[in-house]
Design a binder for this molecule. Structure first.
Ligand SMILES: [Ca+2]
Ligand SMILES: [Ca+2]
Ligand SMILES: [Ca+2]
Length: 203
C-alpha cells in the first residue's frame, strides 16, 4: 500500500494540497506520544533552504510527525497529538477533530523529510488533508555602498576648425571726413569761433 511505511513513502512537494484517508493502513510508526493507531507516510523533498509551512487537519484524532529520517520511532522535528494554529488547508472541506490538526512552520535545510499522518488510538481511522507551502528565502539585500563618486564625464573634444582663421575686420571710422579732434581740439575750435564772433562785433 503506497505510503504505509518506510518501504514506500508517498511523495509530497511544496505547493501540494493532498486529501486522503487512513483506511486500510497499518500501524508502522510511533514516535512516543499518541501515535498508537494506523498511519500514513509522506516523503517531502526540500531542494534548497526555504521556510516550510505544513498544514494538516483530519476528521479523526490524528497525530503528526515530522522527521529527518524514516524510522518507526523517530519524530525529531515534530511528534505530537496536535499543534500550531488550526488552519484549514486550502483544498480541505473537512470538519476537523479538536485533536486532529497541525500547523508547523520552520526553515528547513535541503534534504528529505518524512511526514506521518498518524492516529491517537489503534481503532482510529479517517479522512485528512495535508498541505505543504514553501516560501523562498528573502534575498539578503546587497549593501549599497555610500558615497560612490559619480564618474566625471570626460570632456568630449570639440571639432577644431582646420581652416585659416578669418581676418580680424578693421574697424571702420565713424566719420572719416571729420578729423579726430578729441576734447582738446574741440575746445580750441570753440575758442577760435568765439574770437571770430568778437572781432565781427568790433567791426
Ligand atoms: Ca502509528
Ligand atoms: Ca502505516
Ligand atoms: Ca491527535
Amino acid at each position: 500500500m503506497p505510503g504505509n511505511d518506510c518501504s514506500n513513502p508517498m511523495p509530497i512537494a511544496c505547493g501540494d494540497c493532498f486529501p486522503g484517508n487512513t483506511y486500510g493502513y497499518t500501524n508502522s510508526h510511533n514516535c512516543g506520544y499518541g501515535h498508537d493507531g494506523t498511519d500514513r507516510l509522506f516523503e517531502l523533498l526540500i531542494p534548497y533552504e526555504q521556510e516550510v509551512r505544513i498544514v494538516g487537519e483530519a476528521d479523526f484524532d490524528a497525530d503528526w510527525t515530522l522527521a529527518t529520517v524514516c524510522d518507526p520511532v523517530v519524530g525529531d522535528l515534530f511528534c505530537d497529538d496536535f499543534g500550531g494554529i488550526q488552519t484549514d488547508p486550502t483544498c480541505s472541506s473537512l470538519t476537523h477533530n479538536d485533536y486532529g490538526y497541525w500547523e508547523f512552520t520552520q526553515v528547513l535545510t535541503p534534504g528529505l523529510y518524512y511526514i506521518w499522518v498518524d492516529s491517537w488510538a489503534i481503532e482510529l481511522e479517517g479522512n485528512f488533508v495535508l498541505e505543504v507551502l514553501c516560501i523562498d528565502p528573502t534575498p539578503t539585500p546587497t549593501s549599497i555602498p555610500t558615497n560612490v563618486p559619480t564618474a566625471t564625464p570626460t570632456a568630449t573634444p570639440t571639432d577644431v576648425p582646420t581652416g585659416s582663421p578669418s581676418p580680424t575686420p578693421t574697424p571702420t571710422p565713424l566719420n572719416p571726413t571729420v578729423p579726430a579732434t578729441g576734447p582738446v581740439g574741440l575746445l580750441l575750435l570753440i575758442g577760435a569761433a568765439s574770437m571770430m564772433l568778437r572781432r565781427r562785433k568790433r567791426d
